[in-house]
Design a protein around this ligand. Structure first.
Ligand SMILES: NC(=O)c1ccc[n+]([C@@H]2O[C@H](COP(=O)([O-])OP(=O)(O)OC[C@H]3O[C@@H](n4cnc5c(N)ncnc54)[C@H](OP(=O)(O)O)[C@@H]3O)[C@@H](O)[C@H]2O)c1
Length: 304
């Protein structure tokens, strides 16, 4: 579906990293309404409305009053440890909230796009394609997988993308692994980084561009949208240090098993994004060039 200037696009989670960057990309092309929960922030030209997915009874009314042609559902409880410690809240927001949004999209006849995660896989294989069986290790992964299933049951023409570690600059209130590295290492503080967790990091601007491409191609069903390389957190962090001129000796290499996490994480949840690249024409930016560009923007304070 071509995004027309007469269209209204609803982006849930506008105060989050992807929601902020995607809604900024869409603003100017059409009317964009973004939802926040506890942080009332949105890029200029984006209408911000408060919507807490725990208030399930409010969701349908709120969406009906906006009358979106497209709903891009990104809002979620995204921290795996918080989800693990609060499973009821995680399932309420991530699964039940998503189901409610799908019901509203179905009633309105709106195109629905949903963000899922590489953490639906257990990490025993790596390089996962869309046909591989999901087997989440954590409450977060389970809640997102159940959300995918509920949503596709209600809206079989929805576009569901699973993505990996998102990097770049977020909203004024959100962060990424990259911004955490900049904050810690920039202050001369050390940071423990896994040497054995493999993912397919993706630049947030690339992901926003990919979602627009998926809409334009009217894709339906599940796709993996991943960065161009499989990297451990440690390898990624070293590239960040190189690009931003940070002291690499502040990185403390550790194995995942040595870290006292609440939620289990897969060792290798890297994604095979070939299918999406073929159907959409999407090409992810190579990590070194993406980081180089981000570092230049950072120096010029252009990310705000
Ligand atoms: N970040 C990654 O590396 C990654 C990887 C794979 C998949 N994903 C998926 O991609 C999507 C976007 O991720 P992100 O990193 O951009 O997210 P994020 O920065 O953590 O932002 C989460 C968003 O969800 C909203 N939210 C939280 N609780 C809510 C509630 N109860 N009701 C309504 N909204 C609520 C937050 O609003 P407030 O801040 O206003 O409370 C915020 O806008 C998510 O669906 C995530 O599962 C992310």
């Amino acid at each position: 579906m071509k995004i027309a200037s007469s269209h209204t696009v609803l982006v849930t989670g506008v105060s989050g990293t992807l929601g902020w960057n995607l809604s900024r990309r869409l603003a100017g092309r059409c009317r964009v309404v973004g939802t926040f929960c506890s942080h009332k922030v949105a890029p200029s030209s984006v209408e911000a409305i408060g919507l807490d997915l725990r208030n399930i009874d409010r969701v349908a009314d709120a969406i009906r009053s906006i009358k979106p042609h497209i709903i891009i559902h990104l809002a979620a409880l995204t921290h795996p440890d918080v989800c693990e410690e609060n499973p009821q809240v995680a399932f309420a927001i991530n699964r039940d909230g998503t189901r409610e949004i799908a019901l509203a999209a179905e009633t309105l006849g709106a195109k629905l796009v949903f963000a899922s995660t590489d953490l639906v896989f257990d990490g025993s294989k790596g390089n996962y394609c869309e046909d591989d069986e999901a087997h989440p290790l954590s409450v977060y992964g389970k809640s997102k997988l159940e959300a995918e299933r509920a949503l596709l049951d209600i809206c079989p023409d929805a576009f569901v993308f699973r993505t990996s570690l998102i990097y770049g600059f977020g909203s004024p209130v959100s962060g990424t692994f990259l911004t955490a590295l900049l904050q810690r290492l920039g202050k001369g503080e050390s940071m423990k980084v896994f040497t054995d967790q493999k993912r397919s990091p993706i630049l947030v601007d690339d992901l926003a561009r990919a979602i627009v491409l998926a809409l334009e191609k009217d894709l339906t069903g599940r796709y993996h949208i991943a960065g161009s390389e499989v990297l451990t957190r440690y390898e990624f962090a070293r590239l960040v240090c190189e690009a931003f001129g940070l002291d690499e000796t502040l990185l403390v290499p550790i194995k995942m098993a040595e870290f006292d996490y609440v939620a289990k994480r897969p060792l290798d949840s890297s994604l095979d994004g070939t299918r999406f690249r073929h159907v959409s024409g999407f090409t992810p930016t190579p990590t070194v060039s993406a980081l180089g560009r981000l570092a230049e923007n950072y120096r010029n304070q252009k990310w705000k």
